[in-house]
Design a protein around this ligand. Structure first.
Ligand code: HEC
Length: 195
């Protein structure tokens, strides 16, 4: 078996087989991780109530998608939700929020993890009364536009000059993100419901 042709044929055929496997796995992963895919709700989930419940079998908290719940007092069509998410993502990228925060494990831990920020009980407990807002989303917008006015923590978030439109889009993005099953990530995140 010292013939070079044998080894060449082996190398070429195993490379070809692995290339096919890799293409298959890539397509399969993309279909699982895209909004509206197997593991990620589509953007219209921003029109629904999102809960978070501990699942003992999985030893992880799992998002529970409930019935209709308006965001900013309105229901978004699929096209509107798409536009809102694009805007939210661009606002988040342009201000480099990940320099301080974490999304899905990417970013920093100078400031709270934002993967489940929509579900943080602190909005109801502190920011709604502090900003005199009737809804959580309104409190989030007021905080995002003027974080230096409404501190709740030892560290303060700087004012990033977000407009009302930027802030609404970011809130919608955070709501969608909280509906994604991240297998309990970030661990230790507690909502009043999941305790
Ligand atoms: C320079 C660091 C820094 C940057 C950049 C930053 N933040 Fe913050 N952020 C903070 C700090 C610190 C807090 C905690 C403030 C508090 O509770 O008073 C915070 C709190 C928050 C909260 C509340 C989280 C919770 O559940 O308590 C949200 C939401 C948020 N930031 C969103 C954003 C978004 C969106 C961006 C980008 C547009 C951003 N932040 C950029 C430092 C930062």
């Amino acid at each position: 078996m010292n013939h070079p042709a044998f080894w060449r044929a082996g190398a070429i055929s195993s490379t070809a087989v692995m290339a096919v496997v890799l293409i298959f796995l890539t397509i399969d992963s993309l279909s699982a991780i895209q909004a509206g895919g197997r593991n990620v709700p589509d953007y219209s989930v921003i029109n629904k109530a999102i809960g978070y419940q501990f699942d003992a079998k999985r030893a992880a908290s799992v998002p529970i998608i409930g019935g209709e719940e308006l965001l900013f007092g309105r229901k978004y069509s699929a096209a509107e939700a798409d536009r809102l998410m694009d805007h939210g993502k661009l606002a988040i990228q342009s201000r480099a929020c990940i320099n301080c925060h974490t999304f899905f494990g990417n970013g920093a831990y100078y400031a709270p993890d934002l993967t489940k920020a929509w579900l943080d009980p602190v909005w109801k407990q502190m920011w709604m009364p502090m900003t005199q807002s009737a809804t959580k989303e309104e409190a989030m917008v007021k905080f995002l536009m003027n974080p230096e006015k409404y501190p709740t923590w030892g560290r303060m978030m700087p004012n990033l000059k977000l407009t009302r439109e930027d802030s609404e889009a970011i809130v919608a993005y955070l709501k969608w993100m909280s509906a994604i099953d991240t297998n309990g990530f970030p661990s230790g995140f507690k909502t009043t419901e999941s305790k």
